[in-house]
Design a protein around this ligand. Structure first.
Ligand SMILES: NC(=O)c1ccc[n+]([C@@H]2O[C@H](COP(=O)([O-])OP(=O)(O)OC[C@H]3O[C@@H](n4cnc5c(N)ncnc54)[C@H](O)[C@@H]3O)[C@@H](O)[C@H]2O)c1
Length: 419
């Protein structure tokens, strides 16, 4: 069977890519090693926030099918690899999924195919890791027999203003011809294609984008720590600074950073830099500050309770929003894990409310889930707003009978304290 596109890895970036390809008329298949993901999609159900079950049905009607069989890759004109590049338990870059996926691609590779890597990784990954694996595994040569490109995904889950099609797409190739093929492919999917000088520049651009957020969030977190010590209202500081119409971009403090990108990508950069004998001082400083935030939040919780003569041990603490960003269901690397663990370690009874997260485990033990928000607020000593999902109406929180610690700076009220 032949098709225009095979997407390898049908997660937060692979599935929207397959959806967009179907929408523009490319015959598309999806390959994933996870049987439940494939079975779910084949049964018409989406596991990704930005793709609805209706979207999956429309993809099916356009001929899309998902499979765990890598032989589908053999018939594809273009293969795009969107597998996870996370961290190992020791906190180091883990390229096992990427290596395994490239191994599968190599075994099926046919002359003339365009292979694109979208997974985020350190500069040099495409040339130093992907290219040799593909060439050795297939016996084919990049630039002569097949084309190899790198194009970092910039998807922002939950963002309806900037989607795949209207977000400019950086594209690079191992050779000018590889880049030309990749530009032609992405030109069908997105409005604007930006051609990088080479794959290392495109890889580095992606890491710079996310490291920029990482470092700036750490900066504003450290400013928040200082403001707390000085009795200065950080939220008013941010409000004032953000009125400057040039030269300042506002970031918000909070309990830490989460998600599959912001806490992870700088680690890829730092480890690669170390291997080259280069130290990224900004990254280690930012990592240190971000790592202090969950403890600071828990200290604020304890302080607020103590001010009412109530020890943290035995107090009923309700976490509001446990995902890593608002109005999505993704809890990967969410700072809520660290906050819940620290609260529990200090003897608090921790429950959570989150309309997007049916179950939430902290260090192997599930947290009790509350679904009725007013009732949950009434039954708690303190509510800790970690994520500002739009369901958290500031008026409702302001009227809560329990103490509220708002880490997002959204709420005001007599019993509300902001981080
Ligand atoms: N999620 C985001 O917002 C985002 C944004 C930009 C870039 N990225 C990058 O995109 C990449 C993928 O991230 P994601 O969030 O889509 O991950 P994900 O975990 O949501 O999905 C990855 C999918 O790949 C599958 N998979 C794993 N190993 C495989 C293999 N060997 N062969 C085939 N399938 C395999 C998994 O089963 C999973 O379904 C990562 O490098 C990430 O850093 C993610």
């Amino acid at each position: 069977m032949t098709c225009d596109l095979a997407v390898v890895g049908l997660g937060y970036i692979g599935l929207p890519l397959a959806q967009r390809a179907c929408a523009v008329g490319l015959s598309t298949v999806g390959y994933d090693v996870c049987a439940p993901v494939v079975e779910g999609l084949q049964a018409g159900s989406s596991h990704v926030d930005d793709v609805s079950d209706g979207d999956v049905a429309a993809m099916g009607a356009a001929g899309f099918r998902a499979t765990t069989d890598p032989s589908v890759l053999a018939g594809a004109g273009t293969i795009v690899v969107c597998v996870p590049t996370g961290l190992s338990p020791a906190g180091d870059p883990d390229l096992d999924s990427l290596r395994a996926a490239i191994g599968d691609v190599a075994a099926q590779l046919r002359p003339g195919t365009l292979v694109v890597v979208e997974s985020t990784s350190h500069p040099g990954t495409t040339e130093e890791i992907v290219r040799p694996l593909l060439e050795r595994g297939s016996g084919l040569t990049v630039g002569e027999d097949f084309h190899l490109a790198y194009s970092p995904e910039r998807i922002d889950p939950g963002n309806s203003s900037f989607t795949m099609s209207n977000t400019p797409r950086v594209v690079s190739g191992c050779t000018p011809l590889c880049a030309k093929h990749a530009v032609a492919f992405y030109g069908r999917l997105v409005d604007t294609v930006v051609v990088a000088r080479g794959t290392r520049e495109a890889e580095m651009a992606k890491l710079l984008e996310n490291t920029y957020r990482y470092v700036n969030i750490a900066l504003v977190d450290e400013v928040a720590l200082f403001c707390d010590k000085m009795g200065i209202d950080i939220w008013d500081v941010l409000h004032c600074a953000a009125t400057k119409p040039f030269g300042f971009t506002a970031f918000s403090p909070g309990a830490g950073v989460g998600g599959h990108c912001i806490p992870v990508d700088p680690r890829y950069l730092a480890v690669k830099a170390e291997s080259e004998g280069f130290s990224f001082h900004m990254l280690s400083a930012a990592r240190d500050v971000l790592g202090r935030m969950p403890r600071h939040v828990v200290q604020r919780v304890a302080g607020l309770l103590e001010a009412q003569g109530r020890p943290l041990r035995g107090a009923r603490v309700l976490l509001l929003g446990v995902t890593y960003k608002p109005d999505i269901a993704d809890t990967r690397e969410s700072p809520a894990f660290a906050v819940a663990a620290l609260l529990r370690a200090r003897g608090a009874h921790v429950s959570y409310h989150d309309p997007y997260v049916p179950s939430f485990e902290c260090e192997g033990t599930p947290l009790s889930r509350r679904t009725d928000l007013p009732e949950a607020l009434a039954g708690s000593d303190l509510a800790l707003l970690l994520q500002d999902h739009s369901c958290y109406d500031p008026t409702l929180l302001a009227r809560a009978r329990c103490t509220v610690l708002d880490t997002r700076g959204r709420t005001a009220g007599v019993r509300v304290t902001r981080l």
